[in-house]
Design a protein around this ligand. Structure first.
Ligand code: SF4
Length: 392
């Protein structure tokens, strides 16, 4: 594990179908500049421009040493705000992006760096966030479902109609023959997402990677989609990765939650423990921002500021510029995983038992309104406020 490579290992309750170990994903930063004639020169990390100049070597640290395991018949939720690396992780798991480092294992076997894409895709399917753009508007539902059946050799002509009917019934789009002849524009958002899930099921996958599958749907129909995913887990034993920024829906659906911040997993464990007794200040922040019908006032948010730049992430703990509990050691050394309960881990120095007084000195937080960078480099020390002390 690297200094920046904080990995909180999720608990594995059964042999994982799909596993990522130490996955790192860096994207080169491309810069462009114009020549005197207006010609654009592209510059990328480690490469040369069209004009022969070398690039600066900057990269976006989208994922850093992330490990996650997806057991059969379990829902594993990955929770975090925009830019935390959730969707990049889904794309790496779907093998749409080759990771910079780390490995993927399917049924315990390491996958080759290249090749075998079709066989892999048949077993690991990705459902995207936007049901409005993931279906081709010029084709009907039958076409969308028949195509993967044919590609994966699962539906001969004689049984194709039966297979399509079965798929539509599995996602509760009945009567199936009526939905099969509809075009995407004739469906609601929820129905489109069900078609997208049926299309993924056409390949008979072992793993479903659902990237924010309900975030673009009306609140009133989200629950139906979550219950559908739950049914697929229970009835068919599919391993599901549920990616969301909504920790409340993750608690509702998932068995295990992994919380991501700035490309790293900072906390993981059983869903009820992570949400009821969050051990990492960032998870506490997420929970405080979740809708709560029993809360009278607005959410109480302890941390302020924006997520850090992933081109030059903060040293030490990446959350320290925003963390109300930040200590001297946090700005200097990345925390390792600390087990806070069986199967529940948090990458946070608050759970270290052997810090000396100098390491445990709280970092001063300047007055509200000052940029996060100023807070992280403030030279003076003072007591860190308690969580919930500050309100937005
Ligand atoms: Fe990070 Fe330190 Fe805050 Fe823990 S206490 S989240 S290690 S800054």
């Amino acid at each position: 594990m690297t200094e920046l490579g904080v990995t909180a290992q999720p608990p594995v309750t059964a042999a994982p179908v799909l596993e990522a170990r130490g996955v790192t994903m860096h994207f080169p930063v491309h810069q462009s500049r114009r020549t005197a004639r207006g010609r654009r020169l592209e510059r990328g990390a480690g490469g040369r421009t069209a004009g022969g100049r070398t690039a600066g070597g900057s990269v976006v640290h989208a994922l850093e040493d992330v490990s996650i395991a997806l057991p059969r018949a379990r829902v594993t939720a990955v929770v975090g705000e925009s830019g935390s690396g959730k969707s990049t992780l889904a794309r790496v798991l779907a093998r749409l992006l080759p990771p910079t480092a780390g490995e993927l294992l399917l049924d315990g076997r390491q996958l080759p760096a290249s090749g075998g894409r079709r066989a892999y895709t048949r077993q690991v399917q990705l459902v995207l966030q936007d049901p409005f753009s993931s279906l081709n508007p010029v084709h009907d539902v039958r076409y969308h479902l028949a195509r993967p059946l044919r590609i994966h050799g699962l539906g001969e002509n004689a049984s194709l109609d039966e297979a399509i009917t079965s798929l539509l019934e599995r996602v509760s789009l009945t009567p199936a023959d009526q939905f099969a002849s509809k075009y995407p524009h004739e469906l609601s958002g929820g129905q489109r997402q069900r078609v997208a899930i049926a299309r993924a099921l056409a390949a008979a996958p072992k793993v479903l990677l659902a990237d924010e599958p309900v975030s673009m749907l009306d609140v009133s129909i989200r629950l139906g989609l979550l219950n559908l995913l739950n049914d697929l887990r229970e009835r068919e034993g599919i391993a599901i990765l549920y990616i969301t920024h909504d920790i409340a829906s993750a608690r509702y659906l998932a068995d295990t939650i992994a919380v991501m911040y700035a490309g790293q997993v900072v906390e993981s464990g059983p869903a009820h423990q992570v949400t009821d007794e969050p051990a990492h200040p960032y998870t506490q922040l997420l929970r405080s921002a979740a809708p709560d019908p029993e809360r009278a006032g607005p959410p109480v948010l302890a941390a302020r500021g924006a997520p850090p730049s992933l081109v030059s992430p903060p040293p030490g703990c990446r959350f320290h510029p925003r963390c109300p509990h930040a200590m001297a050691i946090c700005a200097d050394r990345a925390p390792r995983d600390f087990e806070v309960a069986p199967g529940h881990a948090a990458a946070c120095w608050l759970h270290a038992k052997d810090l000396d007084a100098a390491q445990a000195r709280p970092i001063a937080r300047p007055p509200a309104g000052q940029p996060a960078s100023a807070r992280s480099s403030a030279p003076e020390l003072s007591s860190a406020p308690e969580l919930g002390e500050e309100s937005r």
